[in-house]
Design a protein around this ligand. Structure first.
Ligand code: SAH
Ligand code: SF4
Length: 382
């Protein structure tokens, strides 16, 4: 019998596993709490479980952590881990502390098949999907490490964003049990509003997510028309903007938030002109979609041949959207000092570590739209 990794199961899956061991399903709840709420991996430690169950578990299961290759802590408290997922592949998770929340940015794949022009993960190509266990292991490790590190008894991570390496909606089967574990009161008990899936626009899977496990949705837009988006986000050729926005509109019927967040990476001379802002306003108005924009300063890397938009242009762009009634935020990079160290990592891991540069970012400028007829809510995201 192969050894099961219990991090692969949501509570329902763990109950089914307990049944296969000839145990009552409710045992799974105790076990799930030990693992996710208390960070336990040693069954002998789980003293309120029957000894017979502990023995069965010892023979058939494990809680498999991901080996940590590096951990870097920034002066601003941002912590980045590089995890080994085997065969020369590594993925990152980044913890971003703020006054009112702690956010963990989680990876869903080693590499990515979408191949966006401005993304170093995309340039690297696709290695493989992460398992549910590998996705949840990032949170399991970070949460319990941070409690010890910060000397806290209660939860440290209040928000999860699936904005690390990979396209989460192209790893749907593994993603959903991981999301369920994040949301489960016996697991991490995160609010649906505080778990965000970020996607480049896998239209059918947006619908499935809405039906199976609605959480906050961020859509990486990056362009206001199909010609430009086809070039920047190749998936657009399969799911063009009109279809994508219709899927966003449908998602809103299920979503825990009453808006979609559109991410827009600002690329010098490519998508950052006033005309692009005007087209964006037209686009979201024509669809009547309730949304917010997050403008992301581009983190350049040589192979992209692209440059970051100058800050005044980003602010002017934000102002145009704001004036049209769209709540728009501009992110500022966090953890600059440890991002700088990314390039110093060894071997083939080196090229797989750029994700934190875009992940360790946060909003600093909030531009309030003209308030006459707000097209979107003003609530702060996450
Ligand atoms: N694949 C998903 C989630 C991971 S990417 C998606 O594309 O949404 C998370 C965010 O980082 C996306 O909005 C993506 O467009 C952005 N991003 C990628 N490369 C970047 C770069 N070099 N600089 C700034 N943001 C980048
Ligand atoms: Fe993949 Fe997202 Fe990067 Fe595009 S931006 S290549 S979808 S990880």
């Amino acid at each position: 019998m192969t050894t099961a990794n219990l991090l692969d199961f949501d509570l329902e899956g763990l109950a089914a596993f307990c049944e296969r061991l000839g145990e009552k399903r409710f045992r799974a709840t105790q076990l799930f709490r030990w693992i996710h709420q208390r960070g336990a991996s040693d069954f002998a430690q789980m003293t309120d479980l029957a000894k017979s169950l502990r023995e069965k578990l010892a023979g058939s299961a494990k809680v498999e952590a991901l080996p940590v290759i590096t951990q870097q802590e920034s002066a601003d408290g941002t912590i980045k881990w590089l995890f080994d997922v085997g065969d020369g592949n590594a993925v990152e998770a980044v913890f971003i502390p703020e006054d009112d929340r702690g956010t963990l940015c989680v990876s869903s794949q080693a590499g990515c098949a979408v191949g966006c022009r401005f993304c170093s993960t995309g340039h690297q190509g696709f290695s493989r999907n992460l398992s549910t266990g590998e996705i949840i292991a990032q949170l399991w490790f970070a949460e319990h490490f941070l409690r010890k590190h910060l000397g806290r008894d209660e939860r440290v991570i209040s928000n999860v964003v699936m904005m690390g390496m990979g396209e989460p909606l192209q790893n749907y089967a593994a993603l959903v049990p991981a999301l369920r574990t994040m949301l489960d009161d016996n697991g991490y008990g995160l609010s649906r509003r505080r778990v965000t899936v970020s996607t480049s626009g896998v239209v059918p899977m947006i619908d499935r997510l809405g039906a199976d496990c609605p959480v906050a949705l961020a859509v990486s837009l990056h362009a206001p028309n199909d010609a430009l988006r086809d070039d920047l986000v190749p998936l657009n050729r399969k799911y063009p903007l009109a279809e994508l926005l219709e899927a966003c509109q449908r998602y809103l019927a299920h979503a825990p938030r009453d808006f979609i967040t559109f991410e827009y990476c600002m690329l010098d001379g490519v998508n950052d002109q006033p005309e692009h802002a005007r087209q964006l306003v037209e686009l979201v108005r024509s669809q009547g979609i309730s949304c917010k924009f997050n403008l992301i300063p581009f983190n350049p890397f040589p192979a992209s041949g692209l440059l970051r938009s100058p800050q005044p242009r980003v602010l002017a762009f934000a102002r145009l959207l704001g004036e049209a009634g769209i709540v728009t935020t501009v992110r500022k990079t966090r953890g600059d000092d440890i991002d700088a160290a990314c390039g110093q990592l060894a071997g083939d891991v080196k090229d797989r570590t750029r994700a934190a540069e875009r992940m360790a970012q946060r909003r600093t400028v909030v531009l309030h739209p003209a308030r006459k007829k707000p097209a979107t809510p003003t609530a702060q995201e996450q």
